[in-house]
Design a protein around this ligand. Structure first.
Ligand code: SAH
Length: 396
């Protein structure tokens, strides 16, 4: 065993840990004892030397350490780490056994006590992302733990997310355990089949986090002219088609994503109408200039703010999009609009959309709110886990 390294904190940072917030920022550290390497487990100590728990050390990141445990008497061993992943997966068993879906996020990083590990299960396949050095240091243990789950045939890594750079990690993509992922892998959800692009898709291949929203789309789509902006692989369009939408237009800047949308339509035996490969901002302006009208508009842009510093710029982009959408809404139309930027709170998002409606001279009423689903939990001690929020708005 190498000697224990420790990280000493300022008193203010101790208060944050007392509230069980799992991040130690670089500015909170007064000194580091020993010479810990990236990903090593370090003892976190208060200003007076009291042991506060164990954390994964990350010398390159602004988040200098991520807590594994607030109990100094625990030891962070392979079985500790594997048990964390196993417990997180077990918490999804009711969802997966419920018959609605065979696909769920099994592990959601800090929200499940495994900082830096996201693991999404699609049937017999698990796709994971290791986004912090702490989790990366335990990659083999975590891969084994995931592969040991009942019915799992494949564990694939998609650690190509930009956030790895902030942790000083290189992108890493490839098979971790079992057989290669099936090129025809699907997520079975609510009687639908959605293609999962394990190797070439966004994130882990499918947007599990919009599961609850898919049910809402089914509720509002019947008989409506639907505009699905930022459609990705057309999940909302397929839902709308099955629900009996009058017409559907899907817009995305990614040709490959739209090709999969066409495949999803076939997989589900529905006609999803028009697929438009275009920049959404430009396409929406074009539709506005042609005085087009829609009864249901879905606006699900990618993350526009990566940090609080980008909030102003992102707010302008969200406003622009929502202003255009408000203008395109037919009388009585419904707009579902989202922000998946963690830095943007529901409160701020609502203000931005209110500003957009005002400028568009439309009276919009909130008739519902949308959130990330139950397999993307938000610990009360870690509100940063909440990133996806949406509004359902009805026009006069
Ligand atoms: N609603 C989708 C997920 C959307 S993800 C679902 O439920 O599956 C965001 C999408 O926006 C991605 O498919 C990406 O290709 C697309 N995108 C990013 N920037 C864009 C732009 N400027 N114009 C159009 N689409 C864009």
């Amino acid at each position: 065993m190498p000697p224990t390294s420790s990280v000493w904190l300022k008193p203010a940072a101790e208060r944050s840990l007392a509230r069980r917030h799992p991040w130690v920022f670089s500015g909170a550290v007064t000194r580091v004892e020993g010479s810990p390497e990236a990903g090593d487990t370090v003892l976190v100590k208060g200003a007076d030397g009291t042991s506060l728990g164990w954390a994964a050390y990350s010398p390159a990141s602004r988040i200098r350490a991520r807590m594994w445990t607030f109990d100094p008497a625990e030891t962070v061993t392979p079985s500790f780490v594997a048990a964390r992943a196993g417990a997180a997966a077990a918490r999804r068993s009711a969802l997966l056994a419920g018959g609605l879906t065979d696909s769920a996020r099994l592990v959601f990083s800090e929200a499940d006590g495994v900082p830096g590990l996201v693991a999404d299960r699609y049937g017999d396949t698990i796709v994971c992302q290791l986004t912090a050095v702490g989790a990366d240091a335990w990659r083999e243990v975590l891969a084994d733990a995931l592969f040991a789950l009942p019915g799992v045939e494949c564990v694939y890594e998609r650690s190509d997310a930009d956030v790895r750079e902030r942790e000083g990690l290189q992108a890493r993509v490839g098979l971790m355990r079992g057989r290669a992922p099936s090129p025809t892998l699907v997520a079975n959800e609510g009687g639908f089949r959605f293609a999962v692009e394990v190797e070439g898709g966004h994130k882990t291949g499918f947007y599990l986090d919009q599961r609850d929203a898919r049910a809402a789309v089914a509720q509002w789509a019947p008989g409506r002219r639907v505009l699905n902006v930022f459609s990705y692989t057309g999940a909302f369009s397929v839902i709308a088609a099955r629900a009996g939408a009058a017409a559907i237009t899907s817009i995305d800047s990614s040709g490959p994503a739209l090709a999969v949308a066409a495949r999803n339509a076939t997989l589900n035996g529905v006609d999803i109408g028009e697929l438009v490969e275009a920049d959404a901002f430009t396409a929406l302006r074009g539709l506005r200039d042609r005085a087009k009208q829609y009864d249901l508009i879905l606006l699900d842009p990618p993350k526009l703010a990566n940090s609080e510093q980008q909030l102003d710029k992102a707010s302008r982009a969200y406003k622009d999009l929502n202003l255009l959408a408000a203008k395109l809404l037919a009388p009585g139309g419904v707009l579902m609009t989202w922000s998946c930027s963690g830095a943007m709170t529901m409160d701020l998002f609502q203000k931005v959309v209110a500003g957009a409606a005002l400028d568009a001279r439309r009276e919009l009423r909130i008739i519902g709110r949308l959130h990330q689903p139950s397999d993307h939990p938000v610990p009360l001690s870690f509100p940063e886990a909440e990133y996806l929020k949406g509004l359902i708005l009805e026009a006069e």
